[in-house]
Design a protein around this ligand. Structure first.
Ligand SMILES: NC(=O)c1ccc[n+]([C@@H]2O[C@H](COP(=O)([O-])OP(=O)(O)OC[C@H]3O[C@@H](n4cnc5c(N)ncnc54)[C@H](O)[C@@H]3O)[C@@H](O)[C@H]2O)c1
Length: 246
């Protein structure tokens, strides 16, 4: 099994289903040091404790609201201070909600874009500053199948924000390539997490016959974070059980 023992990682949305699964996957592959950040302080501590219990890997936990703090250099600076360097960033923090177009208020639209797009952008830009000095680094952004297809049960602010993530990833990949920074995205289909608990999809509608897990997504993230993906940038891996093939 290959190891991430010389690497350090920061995961946003680290208390969420996919973020925690990515953190556990990195810990199982002996990540050198890891920082988890999320809005939900208690869930973050629980996630870190569970990972340490299973793997022995300790995580630095930083509770932060990305609506306010992503553009603040302090979050990334603290992660670099705690870990010594920053090799991998996985942007998992995000919000969505069920409803139709008339359910979207201006406040909800702004909230979705503030977290899913603006917060993600500023985390990437701050990470660039640290990675540029090292002349290496990689970023993986959580997009969504909804960002390609328009979504089914969610309000339209969500797919619009994830389409922005897909395009932003390519812009950042172009900016990062001369600096040795790779930027890719992963587009999950329906993954069983707190976010989707009320969505009620039928597993029979998925060609592979089941709803996805956080671990399914974490496998793709692990690959993109590894040196096996060293010639891959600006790409998106679909993790959707075959529900859409583009
Ligand atoms: N679950 C799915 O089916 C699915 C499908 C496609 C894409 N995604 C994307 O994957 C990512 C992870 O989703 P998940 O399923 O793990 O959801 P989740 O709700 O379990 O996790 C999201 C995490 O983001 C955190 N967060 C929300 N707002 C924040 C803020 N302002 N500041 C800091 N943290 C904040 C939440 O506290 C939560 O822990 C999201 O970007 C989501 O859009 C999920």
């Amino acid at each position: 099994m290959f190891s991430l023992e010389n690497k350090t990682a920061l995961i946003t949305g680290g208390a969420g289903g996919i973020g925690a699964a990515c953190a556990l996957m990195f810990a199982r592959h002996r990540i050198g040091a890891m920082t988890l950040t999320d809005l939900r302080k208690e869930n973050l501590s629980e996630t870190a404790a569970g990972i340490e219990k299973e793997t022995g890997v300790k995580s630095v936990c930083i509770d932060a609201d990305l609506r306010r703090e992503a553009a603040d250099a302090g979050l990334i600076a603290e992660a670099v201070k705690q870990m010594g360097r920053l090799d991998i960033v996985v942007n998992c923090a995000g919000v969505s909600r069920m409803g139709d177009l008339f359910a979207v208020t201006e406040q909800q639209w702004d909230l979705t874009f503030d977290i899913n797009v603006k917060g993600l952008f500023f985390i990437c830009r701050e990470a660039f500053k640290a990675m540029e000095k090292q002349k290496s680094g990689c970023i993986i952004n959580m997009a969504s199948q909804a960002g390609r297809g328009g979504g089914i049960v969610v309000t339209p602010d969500y797919p619009s924000s994830k389409a922005a993530v897909l395009t932003l990833t390519k812009s950042l990949a172009k900016a990062g390539a001369p600096k040795g920074i790779r930027v890719n995205s992963v587009s999950p289909g329906l993954i069983a997490t707190e976010m989707t608990v009320t969505y009620g999809y039928d597993p029979k509608a998925v060609p592979l016959g089941r709803i996805g897990t956080g671990e399914d997504v974490a496998g793709a993230v692990l690959f993109l974070a590894s040196d096996y993906a060293s010639y891959i940038t600006g790409a998106c891996i679909d993790v959707n059980g075959g529900i859409a093939m583009i």
